[in-house]
Design a protein around this ligand. Structure first.
Ligand SMILES: [Zn+2]
Length: 238
């Protein structure tokens, strides 16, 4: 008889398969990222279908077959409805799913990733105003996941001379793997200055002070700065 595995999970991706099936990608508490086949789940009377929704927290049960896992039971724990209804929130949740899909290997349990994901989805669902801050939650997720994966950046010290960085004239040096000060910047080319506001935001993010982060008055230029540094770091390392 097959072993039934049970765990809490977020549905992060689905793709249609054959006439009525779907392959579902979950990020789970106990098994990390897993892909599970939902047999006949696109049929209107599917019992499995009611227990999962994109970005909702569910209990799922599956069995391991020879070639793939098959979903056997589902029930919803918490819906996080605003991640689907609010288009801006949906956009952020989609970006988070993309990071989980692209950066994490299958079946590597990681309780820290799980906790950051729960925290971010809950916060994103509950936020009421400050639309620009929704996007901060993406960067909160991104930089904390990067840290868990072993690519943490020190936003307090120069990566070359190890001195505490001043409040201005700092640069982000991908090859060196972090922030460099003005003294160490000499003779370097193709390196961009990193504004102090961005350094401050990244420090708050890595301190995991999500409540303080949500109180910040964010402007478009901050999001643009975060976008640039995150994209560069991602494409350099991964
Ligand atoms: Zn230095």
């Amino acid at each position: 008889m097959a072993v039934h595995y049970r765990t809490e999970a977020f549905l992060i991706k689905k793709r249609d398969w054959l006439e009525n099936d779907q392959f579902l990608t979950f990020y789970t508490k106990d098994f990390g990222k897993v892909e599970v086949l939902g047999k006949a789940i696109r049929k209107i009377n599917s019992k499995l279908r009611g227990g999962i929704e994109i970005f909702s927290l569910s209990n799922i049960e599956f069995i391991q077959g020879k070639n793939y896992k098959t979903l056997t039971d589902t029930n919803i724990i918490e819906k996080f409805p605003n991640l689907k209804k609010d288009l801006k929130k949906r956009e952020v949740a989609d970006k988070i799913s993309q990071v989980l899909n692209d950066l994490l290997k299958e079946e590597e349990k990681d309780i820290e990733v799980w906790e950051v994901l729960c925290e971010v989805f809950k916060n994103l669902n509950d936020q009421n105003n400050k639309i620009l801050n929704y996007y901060l939650l993406f960067y909160y997720f991104f930089w904390n996941i990067i840290s868990v994966l072993g690519y943490q950046v020190d936003f307090y010290h120069c990566v070359l001379c190890h001195k505490k960085i001043p409040n201005a004239n700092n640069f982000f040096d991908l090859e060196a793997g972090g922030i460099i000060c003005n003294n160490c910047f000499k003779n370097k080319k193709n390196i961009k200055e990193i504004p102090n506001d961005i350094i401050k935001i990244l420090r708050i993010i890595l301190k995991k002070d999500i409540d303080f982060l949500m109180k910040l008055k964010i402007e478009k230029k901050h999001l643009e700065g975060l976008y640039l540094i995150s994209q560069e770091y991602l494409s350099y390392h991964i």
